[in-house]
Design a protein around this ligand. Sequence first.
Ligand code: NAD
Length: 334
Amino acid sequence: MYKATLIPGDGIGPEVISAATSVIEAAGVDIKWDEKQVGQAAMAKYNNPLPEDTINSIEINRIALKGPTTTEIGKGFRSANISLRQRLNLYANIRPIKTIEGAKTKYRDVDLVIFRENTEDLYMGIEHMIGKDAAESIKIITREASERIASMAFSYAVKEKRKKVTCAHKANIMKLSDGLFLSSVRSVAGKFPDIEYEEVIADGLFMNMVMNPQDYDVLVLPNLYGDLLSEMSAGLVGGLGVVPGVNIGVEAAVFEPTHGTALDIAGQGIANPTAAILCGVMLLRHLGEKDAAERIYNSVSRVIKNGKHVTRDLGGTASTLDMTKAIIDSLPGS
Ligand code: NAD
């Protein structure tokens, strides 16, 4: 039996996370979940968006499945997600963006993986007012953090038999900060002569990504551009409801969907559980449970392709529970 931390999160989080745990259970993998809180749920219970108890649990289990958590815009407590990544040194955010046949989208055959640096850049939150009418936000880029995200992206490319790594930057404008990111990635690229390496200016990448997403394979970006690209790329394969992700470091891995708390549909039982279930697939692969992972992935694909039991965002009328049940029923041996 495995042990992992479970963070249901806010909004639609508990609905989609319970879908993921029930599919994992139905696939026959025994995980003892240690349920903890982050975000608004933690504020309500502990008056702290990121309780030490939650951090301790992830440090012990080294694996967590997490739902989205609320961050107020322009006020309120600091993003618990960002604090969590920094506390546990989850230095990479990985998002596989892959076409699922049957999901409503303008593109076919998209299959790319985004490696986003997760601990620094403008997201360190070092900002202050200068008087009443000006604000300053400080962008930090270090060689160490840039090289380790690049190493992870290239090592992944080798392990998964990918062909190309693309590094995106704005070193034409931010010559020192993005320049350091670029030169760090370039130096790592030199150690992987069998992987094709290309450099693109981030705005050009965004344009080409919506025209020719099939041009890309593995991408490595600093935090801010990586965040924007991950969200945009979800739109290439069916939207936020179908894209999983992981925040990972040396000591721990926190699997969480790309989407947020979706307060507009929370509590209605209509959220798409796919992203959370595919986070479960990533978690199982991380544990080495490859057979169960593939069975679940194939079952999700079958249900989406079939189209009869999919949620509204995928063009259907199914509830979260209906879609989850269809995925469980479609597992081999069910
Ligand atoms: P959102 O992802 O919550 O919602 C954007 C749109 O996508 C909404 O219309 C929503 O209904 C839809 N959507 C999202 N997930 C869906 C799903 N599974 N099924 C069907 N439809 C879905 O983005 P937002 O409105 O920008 O953010 C809301 C809150 O979530 C904010 O507080 C934000 O900070 C937080 N957030 C948290 C995380 C995280 O914890 N990892 C990530 C992103 C946003």
